[in-house]
Ligand binder design. Sequence first.
Ligand code: FES
Length: 168
Amino acid sequence: MSEIVNRREFLNNLWKWGFGLVGAAGLWTTWDLIQPLAAAGFGGKVRGVAADAVPEGGVIAVPAARAYLIKLDNEIFALSETCSHLGCRVPYCASSGQFECPCHGSVFNRKGEYLTGPAPRGMDLYPIEIEDGLVIIDTAEAELGPAPGIITFDEPPLGPNCAEESHG
Ligand code: FES
């Protein structure tokens, strides 16, 4: 009799363990689907900063995305820091309020639009989305920057260029 009870208990437990394993597999799969965003780096979706932390008219570097976040007229854009000429990193020059490529002298305004130099277009853009108040930059594929001559943000240099400062 006790052997029958033990066998019944064993089979009952086996079912419970089976459900437990199926549940654990489901949780693992769910975690696996969610995880890529958290772990993604350049080439995928990169968490930027809180959307509220991007000041109007300001420029914030997001090194993990190799991009800058800018906000103009209350709209946030993500500019690729990679020069559209030959791929140098383009720093932002706070004194001029422009992006100035140190390699061959291309200059872009604060919206990344082409101003001068050998670059074939403005700075490329990454799509962004706002998730729980955070800016998510999708670095999987950049949208080509605007062609030379397209200027929607007309602003003279705020001060001296960084390149001129460093050379003279
Ligand atoms: S790489 Fe920027 S101007 Fe050539």
